[in-house]
Design a protein around this ligand. Structure first.
Ligand SMILES: *[C@@H]1O[C@H](CO)[C@@H](O)[C@H](O)[C@H]1NC(C)=O
Ligand SMILES: *[C@@H]1O[C@H](CO)[C@@H](O)[C@H](O)[C@H]1NC(C)=O
Length: 245
């Protein structure tokens, strides 16, 4: 009995010290159209069991992730396969020519969910980022875990508030995505590069303020206030919802 308890204690200690929990990430598509989520693992680590898949309207799908893990998620829209078998999408394309993104990230503009699980063996950090622009509303929430564990959501359709110079239009002329000012103009004050490479020297701009007003919980530009980073410890479940509300 004592031996079993000691072993149990040791296992538990190892579990907490190493932060070696796994997390289930569930994707739900509340949009009235099909989306094709993409996944990208950071830091040259092996990619997840899926790097891209189709998710019909109202459908859900889950992936298990071993901590520590760092990466991002997004959803492509208006995808199709051409006569030569090449798969492509109107927004958030990953340019692999397939449903799987195979280690490619999203071509901006794309609304991103960034998750860093058991960073440095400790807390999880997560956010919704519009730093690479916006293509569809998205939220990220934890279930279980300890600490703040608040949901972060960008429920607004930023495309409807997108100024003409940032708009990406679909074949029917409607606005299907909204570029960041950095992507649109590639200037240091919008990209926080060169003389603007610090939080102190890269203040919000009239463009980042549009994203901030639409989705105050999301990152509106590279040095948005820390207000947009959310934390939780040991969350066993994450839920990413496309078109929350
Ligand atoms: C933002 O500011 C720039 C530079 O001052 C100006 O050219 C542009 O029209 C402004 N755009 C919006 C949407 O306010
Ligand atoms: C932090 O975010 C909330 C909305 O989530 C906003 O109302 C508040 O003004 C923000 N604080 C700062 C300092 O930007």
């Amino acid at each position: 009995m004592m031996k079993t308890l000691a072993l149990y204690g040791l296992t538990l200690a190892f579990f907490f010290l190493s932060g070696a929990h796994s997390a289930r990430i569930t994707f739900t598509n509340n949009c009235p159209y099909t989306v094709w989520p993409g996944t990208l693992t950071s830091d040259q680590k092996p990619q997840l069991s899926t790097t891209g898949f189709e998710l019909a309207s109202t459908a859900s799908s889950a992936i298990d992730v071993q901590a520590p893990w760092k990466g991002r998620f997004w959803a492509r829209t208006q995808c199709s396969t051409d006569s030569s078998g090449r798969f492509s999408c109107a927004t958030a394309e990953c340019s692999s020519g397939q449903v799987s993104c195979n280690g490619n990230g999203a071509v901006p503009p794309a609304s991103l969910v960034e998750i860093n699980i058991a960073a440095d063996g400790g807390m999880d950090f997560y956010d919704v980022s519009l730093v690479d622009g916006f293509n569809l509303p998205v939220s990220v929430a934890t279930q279980g875990g300890t600490g703040e564990c608040k949901a972060s959501s960008c429920p607004a359709n930023v495309n409807a508030a997108c100024p003409a110079e940032l708009q990406v239009k679909g074949s029917d002329g409607s606005v299907i995505a909204c570029k960041s000012a950095c992507t649109a103009f590639n200037e240091p004050q919008y990209c926080c590069t060169g003389a603007y490479d610090k939080p102190e020297t890269c203040p919000p701009t009239n463009y980042s303020q549009i994203f901030e007003q639409q989705c105050p919980q999301a990152y509106s530009y590279a040095y948005d206030d820390q207000n947009s980073t959310f934390t939780c410890s040991g969350a066993p479940n994450y839920v990413i919802t496309f078109c929350p509300n």
